[in-house]
Design a protein around this ligand. Structure first.
Ligand SMILES: NC(=O)C1=CN([C@@H]2O[C@H](COP(=O)(O)OP(=O)(O)OC[C@H]3O[C@@H](n4cnc5c(N)ncnc54)[C@H](OP(=O)(O)O)[C@@H]3O)[C@@H](O)[C@H]2O)C=CC1
Ligand SMILES: CC(C)CCC[C@@H](C)[C@H]1CC[C@H]2C3=C(CC[C@]12C)[C@@]1(C)CCC(=O)[C@@H](C)[C@@H]1CC3
Length: 330
């Protein structure tokens, strides 16, 4: 039976590299590119068909930052005769709007014992300016977390099937930080680290999803692709600047193995998960794509800094928010 794989944010960066690598592993999959811009989605499909002619690739229009769009996309999938189940759901689309580097924190960090850690995770170095969506949600939370959560809830009948397990895979980050997240302000309306907060939220959510859905055959995992050169990182520093500091980055990679730099390498953990049995995965681990100093790729599981009570409390808050939005829709 063909495996059915849906990838959000599949038209560029890590998402596109993932699709290419999945087709190299198994060119018999049915791949659905879930993107907000159909022109970019078409271009991505054409590029994938170039390297894998004959691949079975469908497109789905979805803006994960808009609840209306997510509900419409889920409806389209449910009505389409092509889908009866989903084996892998890659929740990869993500944003980091208006990033700013805190140069004071950078200089202070550079001469501290946490310098390497700071480079590997970007901890304390970045701030963002968030906005409010048409649904009245914080954009980063809506895109990186809530839209994906609603998509997953809508696709439950495709994911929870007795005959076969399914795996949901979140593109999280080493930038996910407990102190950037608050249960009382889970949309991060107050602070300036909405990206870090949203990625911590995906980590919590993944843990809660495992607790609630494993019995129904649905498993969830989180991944950090490492620092990868994509539109997202070119929004932080322009390409020429990254080229300028590349030797420093490569030097730090010798110590940390955390900068995968290319989208191909960044997709390592995402592809690795495709080859695993979902029930064999550790629900409390984040799977990191790593590249050694010599350039070889490998995957490293790291225990996440969270507790299951907080995961459950956050999950209940998301269910409340979902109920509120569904009432508004009707
Ligand atoms: N690059 C890095 O160093 C790291 C990235 N990550 C995570 O990996 C994921 C992929 O990022 P990356 O490839 O780097 O970034 P890119 O900006 O290259 O890709 C992001 C993808 O998400 C899509 N997207 C953004 N917003 C929406 C939306 N509202 N609805 C639908 N699709 C949307 C983009 O579509 P469009 O082309 O239309 O904008 C694009 O296809 C993100 O979740 C990111 O947080 C994690 C750690 C490190
Ligand atoms: C201006 C200076 C000479 C160099 C500044 C370097 C920083 C901009 C980078 C160092 C570590 C980077 C990093 C990220 C962004 C850019 C840095 C802070 C991320 C936060 C990008 C998105 C992610 O999800 C993380 C995995 C990255 C971690 C490292």
């Amino acid at each position: 039976m063909k495996k059915v794989v849906l990838v959000t944010g599949a038209n560029s960066g890590i998402g596109l590299a993932l699709c290419k690598r999945l087709l190299s592993v198994d060119d018999q999959i049915h791949l659905c590119l879930a993107c907000r811009n159909m022109q970019r989605a078409e271009t991505a499909r054409a590029a994938l068909l170039c390297s894998h002619p004959g691949a079975d690739i469908a497109l789905l229009k979805v803006d994960v930052g808009s609840l209306k769009s997510v509900l419409e996309a889920a409806k389209e999938l449910k009505q389409s005769k092509r889908y009866r189940r989903l084996d892998y759901l890659y929740l990869n689309a993500g944003i980091m709007p208006n990033p700013r580097i805190d140069f004071n924190a950078f200089i202070n960090g550079l001469f501290s014992r946490k310098a390497i850690h700071m480079f590997a995770t970007g901890e304390g170095l970045l701030t963002q300016e968030d906005q409010v969506t048409e649904d009245g949600l914080q954009n980063v939370f809506a895109t990186n977390v809530f839209g994906h959560f609603i998509l997953l809830r809508e696709l439950e009948p495709f994911l929870c099937q007795s005959e076969k397990e399914s795996l949901v895979i979140w593109s999280s980050s080493s930038n996910a930080r407990r102190s950037a997240f608050s249960l009382t302000d889970y949309q991060h309306t107050q602070g300036k680290e909405s990206y870090s907060s949203s990625k911590y939220a995906t980590d919590l959510l993944s843990v809660a999803l495992n607790n609630h859905y494993n019995k129904q055959g649905l498993y969830s995992s989180v991944v950090c692709p490492g620092l990868v050169m994509t539109h997202l990182t070119y929004g932080i520093l322009p390409p020429f600047f990254w080229t300028l500091i590349l030797p420093i980055m490569l030097l730090i990679r010798m110590f940390t193995n955390s900068f995968t730099l290319s989208p191909y390498n960044g997709a390592e953990a995402l592809v690795w998960l495709f080859k695993q049995k979902p029930e064999s995965l550790d629900p409390l681990a984040k799977y990191y794509s790593c590249t050694s100093g010599l350039g070889s790729n490998y995957v490293k599981p790291v225990k996440m800094d969270l507790d299951e009570e907080a995961a459950e409390a956050f999950y209940q808050k998301l269910l409340d928010l979902e109920t509120k939005y569904r009432c508004w829709q009707n």
